[in-house]
Structure formats: C-alpha cells, structure tokens
Design a protein around this ligand. Structure first.
Ligand code: F6R
Length: 566
C-alpha cells in the first residue's frame, strides 16, 4: 500500500520472478504489504489465481493460507448479490464478504466475515481506508505475529519471521490481530481486547552453512531430549499419562498415520511395535486414511505422527479415527499445535525448532518416541522378560551416543555424494532397512531434485530390475543382519547388470565389503532401532548431493514446512 492506494503485483512460478518484475520490490513503494506463495488448491497456478485478491471496489486486499470448504455456497450467494469473481479460488469469496460487511469498521467486517467461513484459514487483510494497518485472523491454520522496531509482521510460519525479529506472538483460532508499525493488538472472536504472551525465537545456524546440516548434527542432542525425560532407572515412563495393561490388552490393532517422512518413521516404528508387542500395526498415509472409511473402533490405538502438528491431512485422519471411537496418541514436535491439542494424549518429540523444510531431527526423534512406546507397551503387556526389557532400554539409552558416532565416522560422505548422485538412484533394503530406504529416497528427491526410487529389495526382480543398467547407482541398506544375505543376493543381481552399489551396514560386516563398491558403516545397535542410525548417512548423502548441485537446501522448490492445506 502506497500513496496511490493498494497496488497488486503477482506472478505464477518462483518468487524470483516477482523480484524481477518489481525490481526487488522497489517498483511498489509503500509502508504496508501482504504477500503469499500460493499452493494451488482451487484453480490452476496462474497469475490471476495468485494472491492477493482484491474486492470489487478495490478497498480490500487479502492473502489466505488454507481452504474455505463452504466457498461454493458463498460464491453463489455473492454472485447473486452482484459481486464479480475474477479468479477460480475459494479465497476470493473472503474478500467479497469483507466488502459486503464493511460499513466503515474494518474489525467488525473481519469478525462478520470470519463467522461465515468454514474450513481453515490464516488471513492477511489490507484496507485502503487504513493504509497503515494490517489485520490478521486464523482458524485451524497457523499464524504468527512478529514484533519489530518501528515495524511489525505476520506470517503463517515462524521461519519467515526470524530474519526480521525474534519476538513473536502465536495467534490462536478465532483471534484477530491488528498491526500498525508501532503497535499490535489482539482481539478474541467477540472483539474483546486480550493480552497475548510474547515468545522469543532463538534460532541461529550456529556456524553451519544450512539449517539442514545443523539439524542433522543436532540429532544426538535432539534424540537425547526425546528419550531422557522418559527413562528413569532403567524404566520407561510416559509423560503425563499411563496406558494401563488393561487398556493395552483391549487394543487389537494399532494404526499409525502421518504424511511424508513422518509416515516413513511410522513404517520403521511398525517393525519395533509388532516385534515387541505382537499387536498388528497398520501404517496409513493420512491423505488416504481420511477418505478410506478407516476400520478403527474403540479397540484401536491410533498413533498420529507429525513434526509440525499442523499437517491438514494428518489432522483430518485423526478426526476420522476419533469419530470412530479410537484412542489417539499424538507424537508431535511443535508444542501446543493442533494435533497436540486434538489428541487424547500427546508425546512430544522435543526435537526443538526444525527450520529446514526437509525434516531430519524431526524424523529421528519420532523414531525415538516410537521405540519408547514399543518398549513401554511390550513391558506392560508382559511380552518381554525382565532381562530383555532392561537390555533394550539400555540400548535405547545409548542411541544418542551411537548417533554421534555415526556422524563422526562418516566424514567421507561428501566424496561419496559426488560419485553416486550424478543420475537417478535406487534405494533398496528389506524390512527395517526398507523403511529407511524409503526415507533416504525421499530426502534425496526433495532437496537435490534427483529422481530416487526405493524398493523392497526382494521386489526388484518383479519388474524394476529392468531399469538397472551400466553405472546405475544403487544404495543398498543392509543393517538388518538377519536378512543381510538376502539383500547381498540382490546386490549381486544388480551388480551383474552393471550397477554401482553403495551399501550401508553395521561396522564389522565383512561380507558386504566384498560385494559392494563402497560401504558406509554405522555402529551396531539392536536391529529394531537401526533406522535411527542408518538414516543419518542418507540425510548427509542427500545434503551433499544437493549442495553440489547448488540447490536451495533449506527451502526446496515447491515445498512448505507445514502443509496446512489438503
Ligand atoms: C520431508 C518432510 C515432509 C513431512 C510431511 C509431514 O522431509 O519434511 O515429508 O514429513 O510433510 O509433516 P509433519 O511431520 O509436520 O506432519
């Protein structure tokens, strides 16, 4: 907003295009502004559908993160009222509602508009009648206010603010904020002024070139933070709740649901829970489960995994399961997030803020909590001998130390990244190793933009082996020693077709050295806990591949840290 009122500049594609178009913002002078990188939900990713959207009278401009579920009904109503729609978005209904309800009082128009919206939204609102003021309101979508000196901000993720200020206010559902350069006021949904606590964000890259590398290196400390408060004198205690033996005995199925890496953490966790508790575990993608009429009931325990606690699909899956009577345990990093609030019980992963878009310590701390849960439940159910339980608890307690050793012994990864990441890659493994392969391939894809496929090693011969040719890089995870010979046969098969194989195995595994071209070693640990160590070299491999390609490692293209829309 400048002297001539609201000016809108928007383009489809990368933010760099907008910088080019506006000479890095210099061509749109002004003191108040809103912006949004749109994740296309309603309508294609075009200039016209991009945010901000303007009201017909040009008085209001808005940006919106989320989805308005009743937008069709609202659109029809607004068209009948004579409003003209320019885009295909659900968001545009909001700006016309603001115009409709505005009678000179912006805050009241915002409250009346918010009351009409169903779904999720974090809204940034600008009105030409108050050129120095911004309004923000949220419902089921994160919104954070940043307190600067002579300037204030809002954003849907705290990472967007840290370059400008470390002092933030977390807005809750229904709250409305009014920001000017010198003041921030927050109102509840009835318009009453409320006091909000100010939080201090204390992140620094700590000498690392990227947050991702810093967070990889923080994994020993993060896993220790996840484990230590729950390990007491060789026993596991959950935080503020107890699952009684009786409750656990009534459980006939455990469902783990999550998205992306959290889903892959669930795939690893499944092996630990099934092996130790002998309860069937079903791992479901939240985006599938939410529409899958889940077969859960009061005898199902659902573990909902989410670093951010705000992933829209995961929240929806949680709600579906809860409606059917299941008990929900949230395994969440962000304190006070939506999933933490919705779950019956929450186990925080205590990883600390994760800034890089690609998760690393978020994932390993999820594993740590899943391992704790598996051991806790197995003990309650009487499935473990005392000595076996004690040995496993001890092994788990050593996980942070083993993680540090894993990092220390793998200084050669940058060189290996140069040799194995010139083209698309295959990641193979069996059982627990397959679960790690899935996460390794995802890391590679998302930050280096190299195509990577993960396959259960035994599946190769059912089709995929047709793709193995001279020079094809294959990353073979072989930490599950009970199955190592089987995976070795798969290594031999792909090598016979010209593949070059980088294997990942426990220190001292000699067989693997004779077959693979290169080997990455990790310290020995119980097989059911091995994913937490094995993933680290794969994270580093992806990191160095991305670095070599000059990729934007902390903010990979097309990705957001919290996927708060469906
Ligand atoms: C991958 C990654 C994503 C997230 C997924 C779920 O590195 O970060 O795949 O794991 O979007 O996010 P949360 O855990 O916040 O629910």
């Amino acid at each position: 907003m400048g002297a001539e009122g609201i000016r809108v500049e928007k383009v489809s594609g990368r933010i760099a295009r907008l910088c080019e178009k506006t000479a890095n913002g210099a061509s749109v002078p002004g003191s108040t502004g809103i912006g949004h990188t749109r994740w296309a939900t309603h309508g294609a990713p075009t200039d016209i559908n991009a945010h901000p959207h303007l009201s017909n009278d040009g008085r209001f401009a808005i940006v919106h993160n989320g989805i308005i579920e009743n937008y069709l009904a609202l659109r029809e109503e607004l068209i009948a009222d004579g409003y003209v729609f320019r885009s295909e978005t659900d968001t545009e209904t909001i700006v016309h509602l603001l115009e409709k309800y505005y009678d000179g009082d912006i805050k009241t128009a915002v409250m009346k508009t918010a009351a009409r919206l169903e779904g999720s939204y974090a809204l940034g609102i600008l009105c030409a009648d108050a050129p120095d003021t911004l309004y923000a309101v949220r419902q089921a979508s994160p919104l954070i206010l940043g307190i600067g000196v002579g300037e204030n901000y809002f954003a849907s993720d705290v990472t967007a603010l840290v370059a400008h200020t470390k002092n933030v206010i977390y807005l809750e559902d229904g709250e409305i904020a009014m920001l000017t350069p010198k003041s921030i006021q927050v109102f509840d949904c009835t318009g009453k002024l409320i006091q909000k606590p100010i939080s201090r964000v204390t992140w620094r890259k700590g000498g690392y070139e990227h947050f991702m590398l810093k967070e990889i290196m923080e994994q020993p400390a993060a896993v220790k933070a996840a484990l230590a408060p729950r390990l007491h004198d060789g026993e596991i205690r959950l935080d503020d709740f107890e699952l009684s033996a009786e409750k656990l005995r009534s459980v006939n199925k455990i469902v783990i649901t999550a998205c992306g890496s959290a889903y892959y953490a669930g795939c690893s966790g499944r092996y630990a829970i099934e092996k130790l508790c002998r309860i069937p575990v079903q791992v479901e993608l939240a985006s599938e489960l939410r529409y899958g009429e889940p077969m859960v009931d009061e005898h199902t325990l659902v573990l909902v995994l989410s670093q951010s606690g705000e992933t829209a699909d995961t929240i929806a899956a949680l709600k579906e399961c809860r409606e059917r009577g299941a008990t929900i345990i949230g395994i969440v990093n962000v304190v006070g997030s939506t999933i933490a609030k919705l779950a019956d019980h929450t186990l925080y992963t205590w990883a600390g803020p994760e800034i890089a878009v690609a998760t690393t310590k978020g994932y390993t701390t999820q594993l740590a909590v899943l391992y704790l849960f598996a051991l806790y439940a197995a003990e309650k159910l009487g499935r473990l001998q005392k000595a076996e339980y004690s040995a496993l608890v001890h092994s788990l307690k050593m996980l942070p130390k083993r993680l540090q050793e894993t990092i220390d012994m793998n200084y050669q990864i940058p060189a290996l990244a140069g040799r194995y990441t010139s083209q698309s890659l295959f990641f193979i493994g069996r059982n627990t190793d397959y679960a790690v392969a899935l996460e390794g391939a995802l890391k590679m894809k998302e930050i280096s933009y190299l195509h990577a496929e993960s396959y259960a090693a035994g599946e190769l011969k059912h089709g995929t082996i047709a793709l193995i040719d001279e020079g094809q890089p294959v990353i073979a995870v072989c930490c599950n020693e009970a199955l190592c010979d089987k995976t070795l046969s798969n290594i031999v098969e792909v090598k016979a077709r010209g593949a070059k194989v980088l294997a990942l195995a426990f220190r001292g595994n000699r067989k693997i050295v004779s077959q693979a071209d290169d080997v990455i070693f990790i310290p020995r640990i119980e097989t059911i806990f091995s994913a937490a160590l094995a993933v680290v070299p794969l994270q580093l491999l992806a990191y160095y591949a991305a670095k070599e390609k000059g990729c934007d490692i902390d903010k990979p293209k097309n990705l957001a840290k919290s996927v708060t829309v469906e």
